[in-house]
Design a protein around this ligand. Structure first.
Ligand SMILES: Cc1cc2nc3c(=O)[nH]c(=O)nc-3n(C[C@H](O)[C@H](O)[C@H](O)COP(=O)(O)OP(=O)(O)OC[C@H]3O[C@@H](n4cnc5c(N)ncnc54)[C@H](O)[C@@H]3O)c2cc1C
Length: 317
C-alpha cells in the first residue's frame, strides 16, 4: 500500500479475519448440532433416550437456533462486504463477538450432552473446546470489541455530543440528535425489518423486532443523558449495549434469511416449516435476551460489583 496508509491495511486484514471467524464458527456450530442430536437420540439413560429429558431438549433447541443465526450473520456480513461497502469494521466486530461467544457455549452444551465420554481425547470435543476458547481472545479480545461495538454505534452521536448536551437544556432538539443513534450508524446495519420482509408470514416477527429496535434507541438515549462523556469508561453499560446490538444484528440477519427462503420457493413445505421453526426459535430467544439487557441497564448491581472487584484487587493483586 501507499506510504502512511499501513494502519488502514492492517485494520482491513483484521476486518476480513473477523468475517472468517463467522465462517469457521458456522462449520463447528453445525457439527455441534449434528453430534449433540445424534447422541441425544441414541444414548439411553433411566430407560429413555436422553433427548427426551427437557433439560437436554433445552440445549438442543438452543444449539439449532443459534447455529442457524451464526450462519445467517456470516452470509449477511460477507454480502455487505461483497457489494462494495468499504467501512465494515462494526459489522465484522459484531459478527466475531456474536459467533465466538455463542460457539463457546454451544461447544460447552454439546460436551455436556455427551457426558463423561466427551472428556476423552479420542473424541473431538476437547479439541473443539480449546479452539472455541481462543476464538473469544484472538483478533481482539471480545471485551475490547464489545466496548468498540457500543462506542462505534454511538460514534455519530458522540461527535454531536456537545450539541446533545446543549440540547439537554432544550430537550426537543437534544433528543432529536440522540435518538438518531439507532437509525444512523447502527441503523445502517439494522435497517428497520418491517420494510425488509416481503413475506406476510414474518410480519409478526418483524414487528416485534422493530419494537425492540425502538426500545434500544430509547435506552441509549437514557444512557447518554445519564453518563454523558463518562459513557466511554462505563464498561458495564457498554457491554449491555454491545450484547443487545449483537442480538439485534443477528435477529435482522435471521429475519432476512427467512424472508429470502420464503421468497425463493426452493424448499418443500416440510423444509420451509423446519427452517421457519429454527429461525423463529432464535428470534424468540434473542428477544428475551435483549429485554434482559435493557432491564439490567437500570436494575443491576454494578456498584457492588466494583466494590467486590476492588476488594479482590487490593487483597490479592
Ligand atoms: C493461538 C493464537 C494465535 C494468535 N494469532 C494471532 C494472529 O494471527 N495475529 C494477531 O495479530 N494476533 C494473534 N494472536 C494474538 C491475539 O490477537 C491476542 O492474544 C489478543 O489480541 C489478546 O491480547 P493479549 O493476549 O495480549 O491479552 P491482553 O491484552 O493482556 O488481555 C487479557 C484480557 O484482559 C481483558 N482486557 C484487555 N483489554 C481490555 C479492555 N480495554 N477492556 C476490557 N477488558 C480488557 C480481556 O478479557 C482480555 O482477554 C494470537 C494468539 C493466540 C493465543
Amino acid at each position: 500500500g501507499k506510504l502512511g496508509k499501513g494502519l488502514r491495511v492492517a485494520l482491513t486484514v483484521l476486518d476480513f479475519g473477523r468475517t472468517t471467524f463467522g465462517a469457521t464458527c458456522t462449520g463447528v456450530a453445525k457439527q455441534c448440532v449434528a453430534h449433540a442430536a445424534h447422541h441425544a437420540a441414541t444414548r439411553v439413560q433411566f430407560q429413555k433416550p436422553i433427548g427426551s429429558f427437557e433439560l437436554v431438549k433445552q440445549k438442543l433447541a438452543y444449539l439449532a437456533g443459534t447455529a442457524y443465526a451464526i450462519e445467517a450473520c456470516t452470509y449477511q456480513t460477507a454480502a455487505f462486504i461483497d457489494v462494495g461497502n468499504t467501512d465494515f469494521m462494526l459489522e465484522t466486530a459484531i459478527l466475531k463477538v456474536f459467533a465466538t461467544e455463542h460457539l463457546w457455549r454451544m461447544v460447552y452444551e454439546t460436551f455436556q450432552i455427551h457426558g463423561g465420554l466427551a472428556y476423552f481425547t479420542d473424541q473431538p470435543f476437547e479439541r473443539m473446546m480449546r479452539d472455541a476458547r481462543i476464538n473469544t481472545i484472538g483478533e481482539g479480545a471480545n471485551e475490547v470489541l464489545r466496548a468498540f461495538i457500543a462506542l462505534a454505534g454511538m460514534r455519530d452521536v458522540g461527535l454531536e455530543l456537545e450539541a446533545v448536551l446543549n440540547g439537554l437544556l432544550r430537550p426537543v432538539t437534544g433528543l432529536g440528535v440522540v435518538s438518531r443513534f439507532a437509525a444512523r450508524k447502527i441503523g445502517s446495519v439494522l435497517t428497520l425489518p418491517a420494510v425488509l420482509t416481503n413475506s406476510g408470514l414474518l410480519e409478526k416477527d418483524a414487528l416485534r423486532l422493530a419494537k425492540r429496535l425502538r426500545e434500544f434507541g430509547h435506552r441509549v438515549e437514557w444512557l447518554l443523558r445519564k453518563y454523558q462523556m463518562e459513557i466511554v469508561d462505563s464498561q458495564y453499560q457498554l457491554g449491555r449495549v454491545a450484547d443487545a446490538v449483537c442480538d439485534l444484528y443477528a435477529s435482522v440477519c435471521v429475519l432476512r434469511r427467512l424472508d429470502a427462503m420464503l421468497q425463493a420457493h426452493h424448499r418443500t413445505e416440510v423444509e420451509m416449516e423446519r427452517e421457519l421453526t429454527t429461525g423463529r426459535f432464535f428470534l424468540m430467544q434473542a428477544d428475551r435476551r435483549m429485554r434482559h439487557h435493557f432491564r439490567a441497564m437500570t436494575s443491576n448491581i454494578d456498584r457492588e460489583t466494583t466494590v467486590m472487584a476492588d476488594q479482590v484487587l487490593r487483597e490479592f493483586g
